[in-house]
Design a protein around this ligand. Sequence first.
Ligand SMILES: [Zn+2]
Length: 281
Amino acid sequence: MVTTDPAALAELVSGGGVLALTGAGLSTDSGIPDYRGADGKRRFQPMTAQELLATPAARQRYWARSYVGWPRFAAAEPNAGHTAVASLQGAGLVGPIITQNVDGLHQAAGSRGVAELHGSLTHVVCMHCGERYDRSMVDEWLQLANPDFDRSATGALRPDGDVAIAESLIGDFRLAHCVVCGSDLLKPDVVMFGESVPKDLVEQCFAQVEAARVILVLGSSLAVMSGYRFIRRAVRRGIPVAVVTHGWTRATDEEVSVRIDAPLATTLTELADSLAGRRAS
Ligand SMILES: [Zn+2]
């Protein structure tokens, strides 16, 4: 029987052994928008890895938009929701964190043991030779290659850290090249739309799910199977699932013990405050 009572959430979390599964809804207060609106419908159609690798024109489009968005994405800071999760972890109540986010904000808030299911935008990988680079380094190469490019376009930041810009700007954008092999097949080190999460990472996450006492879903609609499969496994093992998400989620009332549809930062701050000093025995 599903409840919407915050006290039930606190009770569940107070016993410790909590695995947090987090998604885009946790980062919207940091200025990074969600793919989906409150109705669960996808608002953006992200580029697939296949498209990115297929033509130089697609890579110009991806990297020009990403180049404009990067300073803003890189400047995003953890919000009260990330801080509350780190504080629950510090209190020994939350253990591992599995995140669908590519923004690194859990780590920036001081959380440890974060599995980045969809990778991280902080790195770039060469799809020709496999070399991996810091995004900040690739950003410097892009600046050198595009000294006259106007980076101040003022479109809305999109969930992947890019900004929709005028078509006329895209054709002139010069790509960066891998310094090891010279290829321009550079891809953000994230699981792009249409790609799979690496198998060993999935197995590691399944093991963490099975070892957990409670699964706490934060800000994820669970719309994509990469996250939802962990909920299915937990339900099959009889591990209770609590969901705190603003808006629609795929998880059904049969799968969930506690469901709270409310803003994340407020709910998590109240949860962390109410449990402050209470440590799992
Ligand atoms: Zn290379």
